[in-house]
Design a protein around this ligand. Structure first.
Ligand SMILES: [Zn+2]
Length: 459
């Protein structure tokens, strides 16, 4: 799971304890008998030992995007898919590291000891400062053209802020923190020089600007280092004479944070993707399933964004559900919440097909309707953004080992792995099983599982 806190904080009302809907055969009542049969015969084949072994192998080495560790993980995942006879493809995409050689922000000859943004453009600029507040689109004044925008951190992403002022012709960005938490932050896409300073420095400059012009100099020299990260895709095609033409995607991210073994984050999710592939290759289906593992999730969902960006619209139109599993084995996650704290997060905080199916499956199998909540910060985001019903399955709040060198196999619970993957597997199977009709993305039949919205912070 990605570190940046979700910027989505406004929750819609009226979502509490409403009656949910579950996917059912559109021509009648839910096929409970068949559900149970599948749960018993197929989901019971899920073997947490396999998953545990995958996690053990993957977490032996950190899998930071763009490193040998990622490649080692990718080769293992590909090998597993290939051994199942799946059509497998590796998508390379570029990622960039930045080496800072010079990062100067100066006002009246005084060095503010600022830090250049990761992805700042190189260049030297001396110009007047213009206070543009938080640089929300539509609020940036025209007179920032050719000047240095003084920006406050917060509300929207760094990348958006820089983009918004660059679009107005700003020559540079001086961004101050919104808290007293230092001056080492900021990301941009190489538009203009961008330097971060402290909150106190920023507020002082805002005050000075009320009394007249203030000139600043930014001098940044940054080297861009290109690396390669990967997405792995394995396609499972439906039976030829029974093909709805639809696609279900099941994903996790294979990269870890730098120097982190990433056993739970997210070798656990990868192990679940592989285990579901193992089960489903031997199960008749009428819907294509794409098993996906993404690189560079920890850099801001870059693998999944890349994957979705290269999809033809005709594929997107056929995609009816995306199941994302990120951190589904943390023994110490979830506090005292039922089912180890399993929750389904959606980007908009609304229920959708995926959450309906998840709540229904968990009720059926464990007598607990998994709740839903609102959170981005994982690879369900790009799928949601193109209109595909998507949810993140995760135990929340996360464990104390999150993003630490202690995120190791010792803190993985086989029971939690088993539960999470069973719920996701049973949910996905509701769509891909041959005895249910093709799914209308816009229409889900009402049924009777109630599940709640929970405003549960993940960390
Ligand atoms: Zn993470």
């Amino acid at each position: 799971m990605f570190r940046r806190k979700s910027i989505i904080t406004v929750l819609a009302t009226g979502m509490f304890l409403s009656t949910g809907v579950v996917y059912a055969q559109t021509n009648g009542a839910p096929n409970v008998q068949a559900d149970t049969a599948f749960d018993n015969k197929v989901i019971k084949k899920i073997n947490a030992e396999n998953m545990y072994n995958t996690i053990k192998y993957l977490s032996a080495v950190p899998r930071e995007a763009g490193t040998e560790g990622e490649v080692r993980g990718v080769e293992y995942i590909e090998g597993q898919f290939k051994s199942l006879g799946l059509e497998t493809r590796r998508f390379p995409f570029p990622i960039y590291d930045y080496k800072t050689n010079r990062e100067l922000a100066e006002v009246d000859g005084v060095d503010l000891k600022g830090h250049a943004f990761s992805g700042s453009a190189s260049g030297k600029v001396t110009a007047e400062l213009v206070n543009v507040g938080k640089a929300i689109a539509g609020t940036v004044p025209d007179d920032v053209k050719g000047k240095i925008a003084l920006v406050e951190r917060g509300e929207i992403t760094f990348v958006e802020k820089v983009k918004n002022v660059a679009a107005k012709g700003a020559a540079g960005v001086l961004m101050y923190n919104s808290s007293s938490n230092g001056n080492n932050f900021g990301q941009a896409n190489e538009e203009i020089p961008a330097v971060a300073i402290t909150q106190a420095q920023g507020k002082e400059l805002v005050d000075r600007l009320k009394n007249g012009p203030v000139e600043a100099t930014l001098d940044v020299d940054i080297e861009r280092i290109e690396k390669t990260s990967y997405v792995v895709e394995a396609k499972l095609k439906p039976n030829k004479n029974k093909d709805t033409g639809q696609i279900v995607t099941i994903g996790a991210h294979h990269d870890s944070v730098p120097n982190g073994p990433g056993a739970n984050d997210d070798a656990s999710g990868v192990s679940a993707v592989l285990e579901l592939a193992r089960i489903l290759v031997n199960t008749p289906i009428d819907t294509e399933v794409r098993f996906l593992t993404f690189g560079s999730e920890e850099r801001g969902m870059m693998g999944s964004s890349f994957y979705v960006s290269q999809l033809p619209q005709s594929d997107i139109d056929r995609m009816v559900a995306h199941f994302q599993m990120d951190m589904i084995g943390g023994a110490e996650a979830g506090e005292d919440h039922p089912l180890g704290g399993l929750i389904m997060y959606t980007i908009d905080g609304q229920k959708n097909l995926v959450t309906d199916l998840g709540a229904s499956a968990s009720s059926r199998m464990y007598d607990v309707a998994v709740p839903y909540g609102q959170l981005g910060r994982s690879d369900h985001q790009p799928f949601h953004d193109v209109g595909i019903p998507s949810a993140l399955f995760i135990h929340s709040p996360v464990e104390p080992q999150y993003h630490k060198p202690t995120d190791t196999i010792e803190h993985i619970s086989k029971e939690k792995l088993q539960q999470a993957v069973s719920i996701v597997g049973a949910s996905a199977y509701q769509i891909v099983r041959p005895d249910t009709p093709a799914l209308d993305r816009a229409h889900v039949s009402p049924a009777s599982v109630e599940y709640k919205f929970e405003d549960r912070p993940v960390d």
